[in-house]
Write a protein that binds this ligand. Structure first.
Ligand SMILES: [Zn+2]
Length: 285
């Protein structure tokens, strides 16, 4: 079952299952002591917590865009075990439930290129061959991010996997941008860095309503405190600054904040104290 869409003016936002896995609770909350985060997110006995990799589908009257691509269907048995994959990537099936196919996607907006966001750029077809999951789509990534994909540092080598980009380099469907960029009116990319050097976020505006997708700067609604950041962040002080700035800016606009990794809450608004207010799909506070 997929979550009902959130309407932002004339746009609709859906969340598609890009695979669900379990990660160590400590890594998801960095330096925050477990005694604090476990009250909001009780871990299993092995200290892990469940996380989604929810691909956002944005439907406008003319276009279909997706934000990030999930884990994909290329994980090895060993990788499935390490990441405790408990629900496999089902983007193609989820698109069909909305009456779309993977050929209908016009744009793939990549917040960054870690495997949990870029794993579904390239998929295995029924013959086990690699092909673009969204064969007609223009894939948009920041220049700094792409430079790091092509020349990853030692740490990035474990998260930027070459097989996730192989076909993309050959097909010419990659657009590399440098800085802020309007895809078309209502869809704007903003370069942030922080989580990775070339991390970008997506602003979605229609008919006076706004949603902001902060990618891995705000992975779940439990990360709304600017100091609650992940151990996976490459530039932690910058992430804290960015969160303060973006949360304030979009809270003032009464914007929705949408999530990629949250297993329960798909979007929320924030109250003046910075805590989740209205949530989607849950109606209660
Ligand atoms: Zn992530």
């Amino acid at each position: 079952m997929i979550c009902p869409p959130l309407h932002i003016g004339e746009f609709q936002i859906y969340w598609l299952n890009g695979g669900r896995f379990r990660l160590d609770g400590g890594t998801m909350f960095g330096a925050v002591p477990r005694i604090l985060w476990e009250k909001r997110c009780p871990p299993a006995t092995d200290n892990t917590l469940p996380f989604s990799n929810d691909v956002l589908l944005i439907k406008t009257t003319q276009h279909a865009l997706i934000v990030d691509t999930g884990l994909g269907n290329k994980l090895t048995e060993k990788q499935r075990t390490i990441f405790q994959l408990y629900s496999p990537w089902s983007i193609v099936e989820d698109l069909a439930k909305i009456g779309l196919s993977r050929e209908d996607i016009d744009y793939v907006l990549l917040t960054h290129c870690d495997f949990d966001h870029a794993g579904g750029i390239v998929m295995h077809n029924t013959q086990g061959e690699e092909e673009l999951s969204f064969p007609r789509a223009t894939h948009i990534v920041q220049k700094k991010e792409w430079e790091d994909v092509e020349n990853p540092c030692l740490r990035a080598q474990s998260t930027y996997w070459p097989e996730n980009f192989s076909c993309l380099k050959k097909t010419g469907q990659l657009t590399v941008i440098d800085g802020n960029h309007e895809v078309f009116p209502g869809i704007r990319l903003r370069l942030t860095g922080g989580h990775t050097r070339g991390h970008q976020v997506i602003e979605i505006c229609s008919e006076g309503e706004t949603a902001i997708h902060l990618g891995d700067l705000l992975p779940t609604h439990c990360h709304s405190n600017p100091l609650w950041i992940m151990a996976y962040d490459n530039f932690p002080l910058k992430v804290i600054d960015l969160k303060e700035q973006y949360l304030k800016e979009y809270q003032k606009k009464n914007s929705w904040f949408t999530f990629y990794h949250d297993p329960t809450v798909k979007a929320c608004t924030l109250n003046l104290r910075g805590y989740p207010d209205h949530t989607w799909p849950l109606a209660s506070k």
